[in-house]
Design a protein around this ligand. Structure first.
Ligand SMILES: NC(=O)c1ccc[n+]([C@@H]2O[C@H](COP(=O)([O-])OP(=O)(O)OC[C@H]3O[C@@H](n4cnc5c(N)ncnc54)[C@H](OP(=O)(O)O)[C@@H]3O)[C@@H](O)[C@H]2O)c1
Length: 390
């Protein structure tokens, strides 16, 4: 392996095929790969009616250079990233396998992050069938290593220690997104490709230095839901929630496994570099995760709300609590089944430092503020006055 990073073959003037490079995790990964290898990145990306795939990719990655504090990588983006117009929904992603003949590694990071039942079809098509199409493309191009970016939340309703292993058959997913990722992992496991890694990040948050994020699922979805609920209550009842604590029926001490996007990119990059054969599973999770109570209390404080109460019996929740609970229902699936993601297999390859993040309230604060500022800037002013947080 080349001392600078991932797969030796990928540093010998060859290439890495990558899906999802216009997204949050994929763009951070693309920059990391540019920084740590000499490889060309063959990015399978969609165009839109207004913008072809190559222009979208270039714009997205240059913006990521700014967002993640890597202006020095802009020349590498221009010189070494090539867009291959494609779509996960098309057979072999609509990409001619010969275009990937220089690639020795395929990283499949693209996915639909929708989770609601009404998008069931789209989610399964993108995540399950899309993974089948990506695998078929990698096979046809005879790429020997396929790395699939999944999610730690394929753990579904399981509690306690979650192993870096195939998802047990008794696992019940909390939503169709988790279901689709479980199905996709099974496809990867069964594929006739020499090296297959299933890489499972936990909840990805912004960059650890700039706090910037470009996609707002996970923790950001919870913040957004709470922020919207607060605005609704403000419209009806003014600043009630500044004095009257919100109550949640989950326990304050459950772990909330958050990890910054740059750490995720570094860990994935490190995993690509390690020789391996057959199928392996890796959690990319924080080994020192904050407690959910601390994170939600911080969020409430940031929004100017009273300190919340936890472990409140369901029957004691008010209609406002229930409304907030409904608005944050998806994100509460992270909180209802206490679990700890084992990371020994990942640590054995990349060590522990990129998995160790002290995200106590004080350290989490700038991530929350960065996002709230974005929300405030993009939202029309409430007729009931300014929202509690600024
Ligand atoms: N964010 C998290 O907290 C988190 C946590 C754990 C795991 N993950 C996993 O990490 C991966 C990346 O997530 P993310 O947060 O970066 O999501 P994201 O920002 O929404 O990016 C999704 C990417 O997938 C691409 N994509 C979606 N449908 C496509 C299609 N039909 N054809 C081609 N490309 C398509 C998108 O391209 P367009 O730009 O064209 O839409 C975009 O590049 C996913 O596999 C996700 O499951 C994310």
């Amino acid at each position: 392996m080349n001392a600078r990073g991932p797969d030796r073959r990928a540093t010998d003037g060859s290439a890495i095929a990558l899906t999802g490079a216009t997204g949050f995790v994929g763009s951070a990964l693309a920059l990391e790969l540019l920084a740590r290898t000499d490889a060309t990145l063959l990015c399978i990306a969609r165009g839109t009616a207004d913008e072809p795939a190559d222009a979208r990719l270039l714009r997205g990655l240059l913006a990521a250079c700014d967002a993640y504090g890597h202006a020095e990588l802009k020349p590498a983006v221009r010189a070494r990233c090539r867009a291959l117009g494609g779509d996960l929904l098309a057979e072999r992603c609509g990409v001619e396998p010969a275009l990937l003949s220089s690639a020795d590694v395929f990283v499949h990071c693209a996915a639909s992050l929708q989770y609601k039942d009404r998008y069931r079809d789209e989610i399964l098509q993108t995540n399950e069938r899309g993974t089948a199409n990506a695998l078929a493309l990698a096979e046809a191009a005879e790429i020997p290593a396929f790395h699939y970016v999944s999610t730690a939340y394929v753990a579904g309703d399981r509690e306690g220690a979650i192993a870096e292993a195939a998802v047990p058959a008794h696992t019940r997913p909390n939503n169709v997104y988790e279901e689709s990722k479980i199905r996709a992992e099974a496809l990867v496991a069964a594929a006739p490709i020499e090296t297959r890694r299933v890489i499972r990040p936990s909840v990805v948050i912004g960059h650890s230095r700039t706090f910037h994020a470009t996609s707002f699922t996970g923790m950001y979805g919870f913040i957004r839901a709470l922020w919207h609920a607060n605005r609704l209550v403000e419209g009806r009842l003014g600043g009630l929630l500044r004095y009257r604590p919100l109550r949640f029926d989950f326990a304050a001490d459950f772990e909330l496994n958050l990890i910054p996007v740059d750490a995720v990119a570094r860990v994935i990059c490190g995993l690509l570099s390690a020789p391996s054969r057959g199928l392996s599973h890796h959690h990319v999770a924080n080994v020192t995760p904050p407690a959910i109570g601390e994170a939600v209390a911080l969020l409430c404080e940031t929004l100017g709300l009273a300190r919340p109460l936890f472990s409140v019996a369901e029957a004691e929740l008010s209609s406002i609590d229930r409304e907030v609970s409904r608005a944050t229902r998806f994100y509460q699936s992270y909180l209802r089944y206490p679990k700890t993601f084992e990371t020994a297999a990942t640590e054995a390859v990349v060590g522990r430092s990129d998995l160790t993040w002290d995200l106590c309230a004080a350290n989490l604060y700038p991530y929350g503020i960065a996002y709230l500022e974005q929300l405030e800037a993009s939202a029309p002013r409430s007729t009931a006055g300014a929202p509690a947080a600024s």
